[in-house]
Write a protein that binds this ligand. Structure first.
Ligand SMILES: [Zn+2]
Ligand SMILES: [Zn+2]
Length: 345
């Protein structure tokens, strides 16, 4: 079977390896597609801090059960599934209190361990989630990024009926804003400096879209939400300028959720945080219920997952490593055109 590894920056190598068998408690999956994520691009560039080469990338997966091992009762051959790619210890304090996403020894498949860029994978059945049989295969690969969005909104606390502003309209920002609407937020605004990304957001049905090259975040929030302003502001941009504009736009007692991937430390206006009782909370990935919500929202159409897929790259057996590399090269060259690229195997 085909397997593609990222062996060094900008270098994929394909190999014909033996198909795995399902051990006790495991299933073997036939991978249909994987979504390409910002963290995959970082690994491709050699700029991901917490991984080592070689690795099979891919953590946003759509698959079908191909074999079940002894003791597996919840899944059968032919079931459509996705995989929650977090490997956690189950014993540290965060794990014992249900926050597996911040396990002290968290490993993520496709980042710290081999992921899904291969035809067949054996995984523990406990990592799987059932998906409806009529759900489009490629949409199943969007469950993982949408689960990040669900997790980010929930970290904001009282999200039902809240005015929620999201800064950054890339894949995660779009998923956060759509998740906020699906979870029952009051009004939702998304802001970005990229007109094409805001256009995608509009097409996905996000109520208020603000171009922050034309209007400040503060004014955009005031225009959309009025004097109540934003109860929750979620940073999905991950750059110092976005977080400082959020602190300027925050109301007294706003909650600020940081889900964007900041690369370096930087200074913040702490007196504003203190005097205005702004709560800043970090957010990382998702827990199991967030995954289940994401499946439900895509299935019901509450989230327009179709609108997120901007490119499809089928990998053939002709020259799989080169084909995958050209997909990554395309994403690199056209950041404005890409929300979510899907690779099919
Ligand atoms: Zn991802
Ligand atoms: Zn743990």
């Amino acid at each position: 079977m085909l397997q593609i590894k990222l062996t060094a920056p900008y270098t994929f190598e394909s190999a014909d390896v033996e198909k795995p068998r399902a051990a006790q408690g495991q299933v073997v999956l036939r991978v249909h597609s994987i979504g390409i994520c910002g963290s995959d691009i970082q690994m491709f560039h050699g700029r991901h801090k917490y991984m080592t080469y070689p690795v099979v990338i891919g953590h946003e997966v759509s698959a079908v059960v191909a074999e079940t091992g002894a003791g597996v009762t919840d899944f059968a051959v032919g079931d459509k599934v996705t995989v929650e790619p977090q490997i956690f210890c189950g014993e540290c304090y965060p794990c014992r209190t249900g926050r597996f996403n911040v396990c002290e020894s968290l490993k993520v498949m496709g980042v710290h361990k081999d992921g899904f860029c291969r035809e067949y994978v054996a995984v523990d059945a406990s990592y799987l989630h059932h998906c409806p049989t009529d759900m489009k295969d490629e949409l199943i690969a969007l469950v993982e990024p949408l689960a990040v969005g669900v997790g980010a909104v929930k970290r904001g606390g009282e999200y039902k009926g809240a005015n929620i502003a999201v800064v950054g309209a890339g894949t995660i920002g779009n998923c956060v804003a759509q998740a906020a609407q699906a979870l029952g937020a009051g009004k939702v605004l998304i802001a970005d400096v990229s007109a094409p990304k805001l256009e995608f957001a509009k097409q996905c049905g996000i109520e208020y879209c603000a171009d922050t090259t034309k209007v400040s975040l503060s004014d955009a929030i005031q225009d959309a939400f009025g004097s109540r302003k934003a109860d929750i502001i979620i940073d999905a941009a991950g750059v110092p300028a976005s977080l400082s504009s959020i602190l300027t736009a925050a109301r007294r007692s706003s909650v600020v959720v940081v889900t964007g991937n900041f690369k370096e430390p930087f200074s913040l206006e702490v007196p504003v945080i203190q005097r205005q009782e702004i709560s800043i909370v970090g957010h990382m990935m998702y827990v199991r219920e967030d995954f289940a919500d994401a499946i439900r929202f895509i299935d019901s159409g509450a989230v327009k997952a179709d609108g997120l897929i901007t490119q499809r790259f089928p990998i053939t057996k002709n020259d799989p490593a080169a084909e995958l590399k050209s997909a990554f090269d395309f994403i690199d060259a056209h950041p404005e055109k890409v929300i979510k690229a899907i690779v099919t195997l």
